[in-house]
Design a protein around this ligand. Structure first.
Ligand code: EPU
Length: 289
């Protein structure tokens, strides 16, 4: 939210190691490896599983913090372990999948272990035989539109995902943003049923526990905020869940962005009685970080 008063370390370590384990390959990426380059490297080597997570901005070491996910796959599905340094002691620690307490856009590192560890590498288990997952509606639709439904390889899935992302999401190198600014709310089945009666066109995704996930983008869009600008910050014109900072327009402050996020949360609460939760971690005094 503001400039950080303290030492900021950008980990830039490189390296990819692998070991074949039966039909799978366990791949260990240094934390500073770029995520998307890592995805492309695995596909080139015939290691599959990361294709749906193509083009996510950021580095390997950041991926477990919020259990990144997209197009029907999340990091936890492929995760084996990570190694980290405990900041207070300098001690080297290993965390297996259970220890990371992964959940939807969440992990131990956003909760009790927040800011306590530096992740130095992550190990993922990938497949050496190609299989694709096109269960996510937007991905299935893109495959059908390209006339490719029966003929999909992981490489083609990766290309389709890149195409969808480039159409919908702003490039952070051009228009700074933190991806989805809110998590998709998960509501009781009865709440979703009541909303669906009122808004039959509302998209909703069933969860294993009978609850339903509702796209926050749809809720914000319905409140009329898509493309709205407040000074130099705004809601992206193609994806209502992404808040952007228009540098070309002078650039906004963290405080302005958080004020806009409050406006969106209030509007969604007033109209749908659903509370949106911020997805990124907010640092700095005006973010109460
Ligand atoms: N929609 C609208 N208006 C919009 C945007 C979307 O009504 O402005 C509707 C779409 O029509 C669709 C639904 O909302 O029915 C879902 O949209 P989309 O497929 O774009 O996904 P999302 O729920 O908005 C989530 C993740 C993204 C991830 C995509 C694809 C969260 C908070 N966001 O977005 O992850 O890329 O699914 O899997 O779960 C991120 O977390 O930073 C992120 C970008």
């Amino acid at each position: 939210a503001d400039d950080l008063c303290g030492l900021v370390i950008h980990l830039n370590t490189k390296g990819i190691k692998h070991a074949i384990v039966g039909d799978c390959v366990e791949v260990c990426f240094a934390a500073g490896e770029n995520w998307h380059q890592g995805v492309l490297t695995t596909l080139q080597r015939g290691w599959y599983g990361l294709e749906n997570l193509s083009l996510i901005p950021g580095n390997m070491g950041a991926a477990p913090i919020q259990n990144i996910g997209a197009y029907g796959v999340e990091l936890a599905d492929l995760f084996v372990s990570l190694s980290a340094i405990e900041i207070a002691t300098g001690k080297h620690c290993e965390f297996d999948k259970a220890a990371c307490e992964f959940a939807y856009r969440d992990s131990l590192f956003k909760n009790s272990a927040r800011d306590k560890y530096i992740i130095v590498d992550i190990t993922l288990r990938l497949s050496t035989s190609p299989a694709v997952n096109t269960s996510y509606p937007a991905l299935a639709a893109a495959a059908a539109e390209a006339g490719l439904d029966g003929d999909l390889t992981p490489q083609v899935v990766s290309q389709l995902v890149c195409q969808i992302r480039s159409q919908k999401l702003p490039d952070p190198a051009v228009t700074p943003n933190a991806g989805s600014f809110f998590k998709n709310p998960v509501v009781a089945g009865s709440t979703a049923a009541a909303l669906l009666e009122q808004y039959p066109q509302m998209p909703s995704y069933p969860q294993p526990d009978q609850r339903k996930k509702i796209p926050a983008a749809w809720l914000i869009d319905q409140c009329g905020f898509k493309g709205v600008r407040r000074g130099s910050v705004g809601v992206h014109k193609n994806q209502a869940l992404v808040l952007v900072n228009y540098l070309s327009d002078g650039g906004g402050t963290g405080e302005q962005l958080l004020k806009l996020s409050e406006e969106l949360r209030d509007a969604v609460w007033d109209r749908f009685a659903i509370r949106l939760e911020i997805e990124p971690r907010v640092y700095g005094p005006s973010g109460k970080g």
